[in-house]
Design a protein around this ligand. Structure first.
Ligand SMILES: *Cc1c(COP(=O)(O)O)cnc(C)c1O
Length: 469
């Protein structure tokens, strides 16, 4: 099927046209099905979400906004984009008089870049959570020797940090540095931070500096939609998001912006928001060309799915499962950063085990468990992260429940113990570790044995979006 109900003929199928690519996709499908997916930013979209992605919508150019396009033939494309916008506002309970949304950003990073471009312009000042502390690259990451993210090249970025003692955002320090840096945008958004954000406090700090508060809810937009964690919309001026993480949609990005009165001055004059035009024009013609209409349609489908009781139940289970992981790790003597989680992810600090994230991640990958190495509060170098980040959204989409997640943690601990075993019997460098891991026959046999059990376990669970092997 191709999103319009038409069936392909045998000769048209990818399998016949490009067997090489077909084979690679089939292998990837098999990898996803047999492995345990714990990367906190990933999820499995439904069949209904995947369908528009391979539809005729791929073929159409529609630069501009609905009703004001630079190309003809956009009667239905306009309806698709307007429907996506309407569903986005509805899902988050937003009044169309007070909020607008742009659904054209191609993904989360381009959405953020469009906000900076439209709202503060070149060399505008931006404060986001530092990458090693759980922020995102696109919030302006740089090191002492290199401006890594283009956000730090074209804008001036100044990070705020966690309190290393608690693993929590140091709001007082943020307030203090904001007074010195005079940011024009403060970003409340995370890629690896498991606690609720204090949007009210962020807003107070933003107001004190006459800055816009941008919430980047990329990781948590599904949880926010389901109403199971605090929403950023009450306190923020702008909200960006990806659509493929907890929201479980197609890969894409969205920007929500406030409309109407921003503030009333002491003399009674109303100051209006002018975000709509600035943000829309930054997306197009500023940064992008034709919108990806197949993505926009697939996002619209996901937004519809997210506006159901079943989605709320799903997100409640995502939270339960993350808590189960956290508790199980702690019971087995592991350190969870900040002592637990309020969201879909946890960060396990391996320093007390005498290990680092890179080695453990490698062994886990070998046994069929996907996760990321991540820096922990207080890590000296972003290049040698000492923790592992685990998220529950993807496996919860495969219907794993609390007891299943306990089993998943037990597999992970087997992997960590194997990591210790290998690390203690080889030289100190990562290269020596890898060599031992790849060539030692006894180690290989142990890995194969665990991997076999992981695969047998994973295969029991259904895979959304896949109709065949
Ligand atoms: C994932 C993420 C993004 C970027 O999304 P891409 O779609 O990968 O560009 C932006 N911000 C945050 C907080 C994220 O976690």
């Amino acid at each position: 099927m191709n999103g319009t109900g038409d069936c392909w003929t045998e000769q048209e199928r990818l399998e016949k046209v490009d067997p090489e690519m077909y084979d690679l996709i089939r292998k990837e499908k098999n990898r996803q099905r047999k492995g345990l997916e714990l990367i906190a930013s990933e999820n499995f979209a439904s069949r209904a979400v995947l369908e528009p992605l391979s539809s005729c919508l791929n073929n159409k150019y529609s630069e501009g906004q609905p009703g004001q396009r630079y190309y003809g033939g956009n009667e239905y494309i306009d309806q698709i984009e307007l429907l996506c916008q309407k569903r986005a506002l509805q899902l988050y309970g937003l009044d169309p008089e007070k909020w607008g949304v742009n659904v054209q950003p191609l993904s989360g990073s381009p959405a953020n870049f469009a906000v900076y471009t439209g709202v503060v312009g070149p060399h505008g000042r931006i404060m986001g959570l530092d990458l090693p502390d759980g922020g995102h690259l696109s919030h302006g990451f740089m090191t002492s020797s290199r401006k890594v993210s283009a956000t730090s090249v074209f804008f001036e970025s100044f990070p705020y940090k966690l309190d290393p003692a608690t693993g929590l955002i140091d709001y007082d320090k943020l307030a203090e540095t904001a007074r010195l840096f005079h940011p024009q945008i403060i970003i409340a958004g995370i890629s690896c931070y498991s606690r609720h954000l204090d949007y009210k406090r962020f807003k107070e700090i933003a107001d004190e500096n006459d800055a816009y508060l941008l919430a980047d809810m990329a990781h948590i937009s599904g949880l926010v939609a389901a109403g199971v964690i605090p929403s950023p919309f009450e306190h923020c001026d702008i909200v960006t998001t990806t659509t493929h993480k907890t929201l479980r949609g197609a890969r894409s990005g969205m920007i929500f912006f406030r409309k109407g009165v921003r503030k009333v001055l002491k003399n009674g004059t109303e100051v209006k928001y002018d975000l709509e035009k600035r943000i829309n024009e930054a997306v197009f013609p500023g940064l992008q060309g034709g919108p990806h209409n197949h993505q926009i349609a697939a996002v619209a489908v996901a937004l519809r799915e997210a506006n159901t009781p079943a989605f709320k139940t799903y997100q409640q289970q995502v939270l339960v499962n993350a808590k189960v992981m956290s508790k199980r790790f702690q019971e087995k003597g592991f350190t969870v950063v900040s002592g637990g989680t309020d969201t879909h992810l946890i960060l396990v600090d391996l320093r007390p085990q005498g290990l680092d994230g890179a080695r453990a991640e490698k062994v886990l990958e070998e046994i069929g468990v996907a996760c990321n190495k991540n820096t922990c509060p207080g890590d000296k170098s972003a290049l040698k992260p000492s923790g592992l980040r685990f998220g529950s959204p993807a496996l919860t989409s495969r219907n794993l429940k609390a007891t299943d997640f306990e089993q998943v943690v037990d597999f992970i601990i087997e992997g960590i113990n194997l990591t210790k075993e290998v690390a203690s019997s080889c030289g100190p460098t990562l290269k020596e570790f890898r060599a031992k891991l790849e060539t030692d026959e006894a180690v290989r046999a142990k890995i194969q044995a665990v991997k076999g059990r992981v695969e047998a376990f994973a295969e029991k669970f259904p895979m959304p979006g896949f109709d065949e092997l």
